[in-house]
Design a protein around this ligand. Sequence first.
Ligand SMILES: [Zn+2]
Length: 329
Amino acid sequence: MSIGSGIVLELEPVSCAVCGTDPASSKTVFEGHDIEFRTCDNAFSFVECAGCGHWYLALRPKEKDIDKIYANYLTQNKDSAYHPSGLVAWVKRNVFDKQRMKHVLRNLHDRSKVLEIGAGSGRQLEYFGEISPCPIELYANDICFDDATRKALRSKDIRLFEGAIENVETEARFDAIIGIHVIEHVIDPKAVFQWMSDHLAPGGVLYFETPDTAAPARYVFKDNWGMTHFPRHFHLFSRETLAALARRSGLEIVRHTATTSAPAWNMSIRNSMKMDALTRHHSVFEIFNYSNVLTLSFFTGVDLFLMLLGFPTSTQQLIARKPVMGGKR
Ligand SMILES: [Zn+2]
């Protein structure tokens, strides 16, 4: 298919980041293009590692081109169909985030240190500070913050770690580390888990959300499943591969379950219609975006129903803990 970006990136072959197996004997699971943000014309494919079953982007953009594949990305581009409206953002924050963060909140005490990996604008982290039952210290990590964000976060006493988290050197030990839809974007998930395990205080919790490869939507939409997100997702995890990474880094699993993931349905439908997310289109299918309360509510209902029946959704939620020496807390 034609993307029409006029940009063809130079891609590099990679081995499995979890077990190191060469991709030669792996099998292809998804193929596609950057339909969403039209950043490049390349064709991409996810493969399943023959060694450990991990799914990853076989030929991926080079580190020097990372800024190119995040051009006009959902967090910055307010005209994008993936930018939530004020109402949707309010409901997400006040109804859903508070509920899903309760496992982390109950682990906090006075002056707890909380780090968010892939913090973006820092809005989520700031909100976390607001709903915390006690005063806490906030730390934000991202590959790079723009000047305005850097200034805004520092003015709110949020400490910043810029660059890949596994390269950050700090004496700080955290009572909570949050990573929402970030581990699938990183180059080396194994190194990220090891860094987190090394930098969690004993009893500290990890809260992660990431796509779930067992989602019913991925069987329905196949290559058009919204969580493929070509080429920004370098990895896709099953519950088994994610839990294995956490355990091997020395963490113990507290809770591993599905969480509602309504935008994934909308993204999948848009991909099937070959509709990019750069603008809002004059099409009946435009109701499948990040702002339409009707479609988001409907698919939230679908996900809650799936969860009630014990099925996965497009997003898995992992809560893990760093063991306390000499016994579990
Ligand atoms: Zn592998």
